[in-house]
Design a protein around this ligand. Structure first.
Ligand SMILES: [Fe+2]
Length: 275
């Protein structure tokens, strides 16, 4: 039973964007009434689909973006990676500018989840364009549910119970001593599904293995993540918002553009990844 001023959850429609990951969300307005039902429906869908896409009719302002983001969690005070001294302009969740943070230099065009070198990595993040290049600069997401489920029983058996050290060792530009140990396979708190939890930017090594064993297994898994069947790719257009779950997915930019690419970004506080 709904009132005239309440958008029922039946009004929200999800249209899958690929076979394994991502959905376009229809029926949610940028500045409309946001009920607890809408927030709950979107958060659940985020864990199911990994990444949600929205299309609105104008460039999303900082105020509109922050208000919309409130449905997805608690904002981090500042995106911690970005608050480091070597990219001071990124402090806080502001506008990421490709001129200041070139994708190749900052390795954002490599598959990763954000901030897994922390004990409590971000839970989710949100992007919307402010200024786009004429062509290129897409973002791709990969499903860690699909990556896990596609592994053979032999590899699943090997990975279950393994723990990995996450650090800034693979990111020469990042001056951080932060480290965290996370399970290699974790379970989503909403869907109950298992997912792979190692990434090419932050996972340094598996515990309890030689360097050679660990690196060989990690490199296989990093290549495994790069399987098109696990992916969805978004071409950015004015008024688009993408929200992604940081454990269920990995993401990477595509560094194929010239000119400026400016993206507004917000990051949400996360819990401890658990097996
Ligand atoms: Fe990222």
């Amino acid at each position: 039973m709904t009132t005239a001023t309440t958008v029922s959850i039946e009004d929200i429609r999800f249209e899958r964007a690929s076979g394994n990951i991502g959905a376009w969300v229809h029926g949610v307005s940028l500045n409309g009434k946001r009920t607890a039902h809408i927030g709950e429906t979107l958060r659940r869908a985020l864990h199911e689909h990994g990444v949600l896409f929205f299309q609105f009719d104008h460039i999303v302002s900082a105020e509109e973006f922050a208000a919309f983001g409130e449905m997805f969690g608690t904002l981090e005070a500042g995106y911690r990676i970005s608050s480091l001294e070597d990219r001071p302009k990124q402090a806080g969740d502001g506008v990421m500018d490709s001129d200041r943070v070139p994708m190749k230099q900052y390795q954002t065009n490599q598959w990763h989840a954000d901030g897994t070198l922390f004990e409590l990595p971000p839970q989710s993040a949100m992007l919307t364009p402010v200024q786009l290049p004429v062509v290129g600069g897409d973002t791709i997401w990969a499903s860690m549910y699909a990556a896990w489920e596609d592994l053979s029983a032999h590899y699943q058996h090997l990975l279950e119970g393994l723990e990995a050290l996450h650090s800034a060792k693979r990111l020469p530009w990042l001056k951080s001593d932060a480290t965290a140990i996370h399970p290699a396979v974790i379970r989503d708190s909403v869907t109950g599904r298992k997912m792979l939890f190692v990434n090419a930017n932050y996972t340094e090594r598996f515990l309890g293995m030689s360097e050679r064993e660990s690196e060989s297994l990690l490199q296989m898994l990093f290549q495994h993540v790069n399987t098109p069947e696990f992916h969805v790719r978004l071409k950015w257009e004015t008024g688009r918002i993408a929200v992604w779950e940081e454990r269920v997915t990995q993401h990477r930019g595509v560094a194929d553009f010239t000119g400026s690419r400016q993206m507004r970004r917000l990051t949400f506080v996360g819990d401890r990844p658990v097996a």
